[in-house]
Design a protein around this ligand. Structure first.
Ligand code: ATP
Length: 241
């Protein structure tokens, strides 16, 4: 499998505090890597550093072998790396359409319209509400809009920060069905930050576990789908201590 993204020895500090250190991971083309860990483990920080939204204190990030460590967030969006923030940071007073337009700010009009049609073809729930202000959407629909906005940029790598956060189980399932459709249609790769273990194992190829700003281990997701292995991994990686 061809490598898309490689992170080596990543360290991020907030002031004097080290948030994450020694982080390494590899995402293959069309692959999904899950990143699991408790609140404060450093998962969001890893995504934000890859997206160029927080500075990297140490380490390297390579995209198809090219060093992109010092590129800024806008350049990284153009290179195909797009972050979907936790908490669905859509613009509530703008319409669904206007929110999508924001995601394709750097595109020419024709490309933007084509992408918009593709996105609304996948997220059919919001297609009929294109003129509605975003705040009128349900939580699940807002999450779809946030993902749709990211897709407007035409990403090769989607960095998803807790897409299931605050959603009822049925809506979580719908959002993930959409993600599967997106993957099948566009062939993009994903890093998925989650606290939902089962869901992450189901949709990922490999899962990394974090605690206290460190990577504890990496497991093939297929191994963890076995109930005994899943219980063992939960105890080993996500238990107290
Ligand atoms: P959560 O699920 O709560 O987002 P997380 O695993 O994504 O948790 P991070 O948000 O990456 O964890 O936080 C890692 C550490 O860095 C935490 O100790 C957090 O308090 C700290 N931190 C995060 N953002 C900042 C910031 N902007 N300034 C200072 N410290 C921060």
């Amino acid at each position: 499998m061809t490598e898309l993204l490689r992170v080596e020895g990543l360290e991020v500090r907030y002031g004097a505090a080290t948030a994450v250190r020694g982080i390494g991971l590899v995402v293959t083309q069309r692959g999904t890597v899950g990143l699991l860990g408790a609140n404060g483990a450093g998962k969001s920080t890893v995504l934000k550093a890859i997206a160029g939204l927080v500075p990297k204190y140490a380490g390297r990030v390579l995209l198809e072998g090219e060093d992109i460590t010092v590129r800024d967030a806008r350049a990284l969006v153009r290179a195909g790396i797009v972050y979907v923030p936790e908490g669905r940071e859509i613009v509530p007073n703008l319409s669904v359409d206007e929110n999508l337009t924001l995601g394709g700010f750097h595109l020419d009009g024709a490309t933007r319209r084509r992408r918009r049609d593709t996105v609304l073809g996948i997220f059919t729930e919001i297609a009929g509400r294109a003129a509605s202000p975003a705040w009128r959407l349900s939580g699940g629909e807002q999450q779809m809009l946030a993902i749709g906005r990211a897709l407007m940029a035409g990403p090769r790598l989607l960095l998803l920060d807790e897409p299931s956060l605050g959603l009822a189980p049925l809506l979580v399932r719908r959002v993930f069905e959409k993600l599967e459709a997106v993957r099948a249609e566009t062939g993009l790769a994903m890093i998925l930050v989650e606290q939902n273990f089962r869901l992450t194992v189901r949709v990922s190829d490999a899962v990394h576990f974090m605690r206290g700003g460190r990577m504890l281990g990496r497991r093939e997701a297929a191994e963890l789908r076995e109930p005994a292995a899943m219980e063992e991994a939960i105890a080993a990686y996500l238990g107290a201590g």
